[in-house]
Design a protein around this ligand. Structure first.
Ligand SMILES: [Zn+2]
Length: 278
């Protein structure tokens, strides 16, 4: 999970730019008539997201009894934001907020879409709200689908608002299998409150990160095993090399699968003693 900078573009401006290109005048006026309502709801979204309270926003149908869910989802988001040059430019700008095109939800996939943190089918008011549109890889976007949280502790992490990057919570365990394999797990600091602990757990489970990180690590392990077989080193030196790599990776992203992998390998006597030969 990575933190990314929240879009700086004004939500009302995005809404206006999208609605301005609607060809049908009556339809356009309908969208315009709820602009103030959407603005107030967008400010409420931002305020709630800042304190981790997005779960208190109720699912709804349409916008202020004037627009339907399809108006927001298909017309404003689908046709105007995705389909028209002005809207598409905003969409692409938001996608570019993810450093190195890396998906902030998992930290492994490449960004290829924008995910609606609160799904547009259930929360149509936020269909084109920039704060609700998060760069995402295909796997994270598809996996999450239209699910949403109804409790504070049940919320996945929101990359624009939730920063859990200061302390280590992602760890891994070396499994003495043949060949060696890795199990990733969450171990949040004891001094964290129960809600933060739960949210990191929920994020890890909902995005299936344990399994996805294990798959990522297979290739890395194969390279390491091969290197230690080709260029034999004393156990102490293997440990030292792996530890150096763990510290380097932690400096880049404390809770990346690479950091957890190298830390686990460097701490495993079994692996450093020849487990890489299995
Ligand atoms: Zn992802």
């Amino acid at each position: 999970m990575r933190v990314i900078t929240k879009p700086i573009i004004e939500p009302s401006l995005v809404y206006s730019k999208c609605l301005n290109s609607i060809a049908n005048r009556a339809k356009r006026d309908n969208f315009r008539s709820v602009k103030e309502y959407v603005k107030i709801k967008s400010e409420d979204y931002n305020a709630k997201a800042t304190i981790g309270d997005l779960y208190t926003i109720s699912i709804h149908s349409g916008v202020n009894a004037i627009l339907t869910t399809d108006d927001m989802k298909k017309v404003l988001y689908g046709q105007q934001m995705l389909g028209k040059p002005k809207g598409r430019k905003i969409y692409d700008n938001i996608m570019s907020l993810a450093p190195l095109d890396r998906c902030p939800f998992c930290g492994i996939g490449t960004v290829s879409t924008l995910d609606h943190y609160l799904p547009k089918v259930k929360f149509p008011t936020f269909s084109v709200l920039p704060y609700n549109l998060v760069p995402s890889c295909k796997d994270c976007n598809t996996g999450k689908s239209t699910s949403y949280a109804t409790t504070k502790e049940g919320q996945t992490l929101h990359p624009y608002y939730d920063d859990f990057t200061d302390e280590q919570w992602l760890f891994a365990k070396v499994l003495k299998t043949s060949p060696v394999s890795i199990k990733f797990f969450i171990n949040t600091p004891n001094n964290w409150d129960d809600i933060s602990k739960s949210r990191v757990d929920v994020h890890f489970i909902d995005y299936d990160l344990g399994k996805r990180f294990s798959i990522e690590s297979i290739n890395e392990l194969a390279k390491l095993n091969s290197s230690f077989r080709l260029f034999p080193l004393k156990k102490r030196l293997i440990k030292k090399q792996l530890n150096k790599q763990a510290l380097t990776m932690k400096k880049i992203h404390l809770n990346s699968w690479e950091s957890a992998l190298y830390q686990a390998l460097s701490e495993s006597d079994w692996y450093c003693n020849g487990g890489f030969n299995e």
